[in-house]
Structures are given as C-alpha cells and as structure tokens.
Design a protein around this ligand. Sequence first.
Ligand code: ADP
Ligand code: GLC
Length: 515
Amino acid sequence: MSRRRVLMVASEAYPLAKAGGLADYVSGLAKALFREGCDVKILLPAYPSALAAIKGPISRFRVDGLDEFGAVSLIAGRTPGDVGAWLVDCPSLYARDGDPYQDADGKDWPDNARRFALLNRVGALLATGNGPLSWRPDLVHLNDWPTGPLAAMLKLANAPVPRTVFVIHNMAFLGLCAADVLPLLGLPGEVLGESGLEFYGHVSFLKAGLSYADRVVTVSESYAQEILAPEFGCGLDGALRARGDRIIGIRNGVDYDEWDSRVDNRIAAGYGAHDLAGKALCRAELEQHFGLRPRRDVPIFAYISRLTHQKMADVLVAAAPEIVRQGAQLAILGRGDRDIERALCELSRQFDDEVIVRPGYDESAAHRLLAGADALLAPARFEPCGLIQIYALRYGTLPIVSRVGGLKETVVDADPETLAAGTATGFMFDDRCLAGLLGAVERALAVYRDRKRWRAMMRNAIGRDFSWQRAVTRYLELYDDMAPVAAERRVSAPVTKVGDDANVVYLGNLAAASD
Ligand code: ADP
Ligand code: GLC
C-alpha cells in the first residue's frame, strides 16, 4: 500500500502556535502518524510565531484564485519535530501580535471569519489538487470550528475529493458569524438551513464540520457520550444525535518527548518513579524563582490553565483563601478572563508568599510548575479530554479533577479500595462547584499527611502510560474504514436550543471586516 497522505488542517500546532491543548494534539498526533509511515502535512496560518519556528528547507508558492483575500502564498517547511508544515501567508490577516484568535488584550479579532475562511479555502485548493503543489491528500483531518467549512467545501465539490475527518476538541466554541461569509467560503446558499451549517440565523463553522464531514470524532469516549445531551451539546446535541453512530470517541494521547519528568530539560532536575529525589530540587527551584515561601510540610498546589468558565477559574478564585487556610500553598499560571486575572493577582497580594500568580502564557513556566508542585488543580465544568492532568501524572503531581469528560477517564480517584489496590492516582469530585472542589482538596490534604501513601500514589501516577500509540492505532483504523463513505448521503442536522454554558465565538461582521 502506498504511504497514506494526510492533510492536517488546524489553527494551532506546537511549537508554531499555541493557545491550549489543541496545539499539543496536532503536533503530537501528526508526529505519531508520521512515525507510523504516514505522509503528514500540517496546514496552519502563517502567524508570526509560526514563521519564526518553521524549519527549512523553506519554499514559497504563490496561491492564485483567492483575490478577495489579497496576496496569498504558501510557505512549505517542516516543524521542529520534522513533520511537513505548510503556512498560509497573508500578512494583512495573520501578521499581528496576539494569539491565534485574540489580540494582546484578550479580544477576539473582529475579522476571524475572514482569517479562517482563507485557511479553509487554501485547504480546499490543496485537497482538490488545484493548489500550487502537486501533492494531494488521501485524507483531510480537520480540527475544531476554524476548519469546519472545509468539510462542506469538499462534500459539495464537483470533483473527486479526499475523505474528511472532523475532530471536535471543544463544542463550546461554535464559530458563529453572519451569513454573508458564504461567498468568502465559496459555498452556495443551499448550505444554509437546519441540515447545513445554519445556527439560529447565523453560520456556525463548527456545525459545518459536524454536518458535512465523513466522520466526526471527539477527543475522549466520555465526551462523545456527554455531548449527545443538552447539558454539554451547546445547542448542537440534536445535530450530533442525527449523526448517530458516526461520532467516535478517541481519547487523546500525550507526547512524552515533551512532557516527561525524566527527559524534560526545562526543569531543575530529572526524576522518575524509582528516583524521586529530583522532584525536591524542582520544588526548591519553584519556591526560589516564583517566590513561594519554603515550608517543608505544606504541599504546593499548581493551577496551569486558560482562565475560563470551562476551567472553573471563577471557582478557583473563591476557593483560594480556604485552600490556603486548610494548609496548602498555591502557584497559579493563567491567561484568559481579565477580571479573573485581576482577582487572582489581588489574592497573591493578600496572601503574599503563600499564593503566587503568574498572569499570562509561559510554556517553560508550565513545565517547571508541573515538576515543582505536589498536586495539580484541574477542575472543569466540562472537559473534552484535558491534557494537563495527564502531563501532571507523569510528573508525579497528583491531579485534583472533576468527574467529567476526559478527566474521569485518565485519573483514578483515591478511595479506600484504589488506595489498597495501589491504583489511585488523584482526587475526583462530582459537584462542579466550590464545595465539590474544596471537598477534594480536603481529601488530598489528608492523604498528603501520610507521606508513604502519597509517595505510593506518585509512583502509580508516573507509571501510567497515555502515549499516542493507542489513539494513533484507532485513527489509522478509522482512516482505513472510510473508503465506503463516499457513496453515503449527507445527514440532516437539526438544531436545538443553545445551552446556558455555550461559550460562543462570534467571528465578527464580515462586511465591516472587509471594509
Ligand atoms: P485546554 O486545551 O482546554 O486549554 P488541555 O489540558 O488540553 O486544556 O491543554 C492545555 C495546554 O495548554 C497544556 O499544554 C498547558 O500546559 C497549556 N497551558 C494552559 N495555560 C497555560 C499558560 N498560562 N501558560 C503556559 N501553558 C499553558
Ligand atoms: C480542547 C479541550 C481539551 C482537549 C484539547 C485537545 O482545548 O478543551 O479538553 O484536551 O482540546 O484535544
């Protein structure tokens, strides 16, 4: 069989551009597929960070036929992990400070619809063999709302097209914009309507992926079930149910080349399950450089996250004084909601060297906090998979998580049975509220006082294996299984009410954006 060619289209890929776990997923899975013999190309906007990180040899190709976006070119190179990377270059859309979605003040770019429409259009050119390169994929792997319309473009293309897999990393981001985006996407008016990409009078980029991709995947088995109900379906649970058995849960793997305390060169000292000495050095480094008061018998709880409703950042603010009172120190690294950032900074002033807060995004600090802390607070109101708690396990930093989504699949709650069996790796709570979190913190502190028990849990945690192998095998099976899909007809996808928790991304007004 010839090498399978996969076009991986995304808005993030580590280390080219990262806002969260999506970047780690794209680079980790692409690398794992590459190691399995696939010819993978990651297609990403040419953000300044991506242009700075891409490796040579680099070639640039002009992209014709997209005049409505201005001058567009494609830069071909490789990621530092040696996977093929293609960057869509259009400086008027991408050459900006900020992250893939927002400016430096945390506001969504007003022209996000146009920015990601271009990514989809270039993806369609490449997938149909009309781009500047002769390479054509067998399969197009799409990730989250920024890439959803490409599934529609290919389904409606009047040409032989590759199969599409659409991966939902987070249902809460619907990618909404006005219907006047359609000409920019090159899509006909017929895609509007309940069975298409319409969502209450708007276009939803996410729904485009759900409605038109040949296969829909989510990033854990639990989340695949959860999103079929209104509580987690963000108004699209009806559309998801309509797809029936074609929504598949494949839990993410993690890249242990990047996230393993034995080999991590960002941390003060390496350590593993049978040699935990290095962890004490990492803790000392954390105390010294982050300004936490050294206190021998008090555990450090880290929180490393986007500061959002999803991650219960508001609950963390409310819980912090009580966590300190119960006898823990807090080390917080986060970027997101500006009010929450301010509230956390206020807490760090109030509790001086018992609570430290680093507002912002800092990749290296994330590794050092994981290594130096004793436990990781990773509460979430919903969690499609969650990678940070899986990383924490490998650093012997016991996760405290809510029983939801990928969190409940990757952490084993410490109860008398799992403690006796030597399988416990963390602490889980059911009620996703202040009392629930504080209850789990109290249980963690009780075990921490029994150091022998805590160390046994650390060793269990470090020993768990969540490498990409299992997931990549499932993706390859899925790719293989897709050949007969071409003849299938598109399913209809009715909309239902928007859930209260829907964290809608509104992509802006196209007319205004194009002025
Ligand atoms: P999500 O993708 O929902 O944010 P994940 O747990 O899947 O959650 O992935 C989070 C990723 O983002 C991890 O790699 C984590 O280290 C990183 N991260 C989150 N916030 C920050 C931050 N403020 N600074 C550095 N890294 C961060
Ligand atoms: C999203 C989800 C997170 C998941 C990540 C990678 O950001 O919120 O749960 O781990 O994508 O799939």
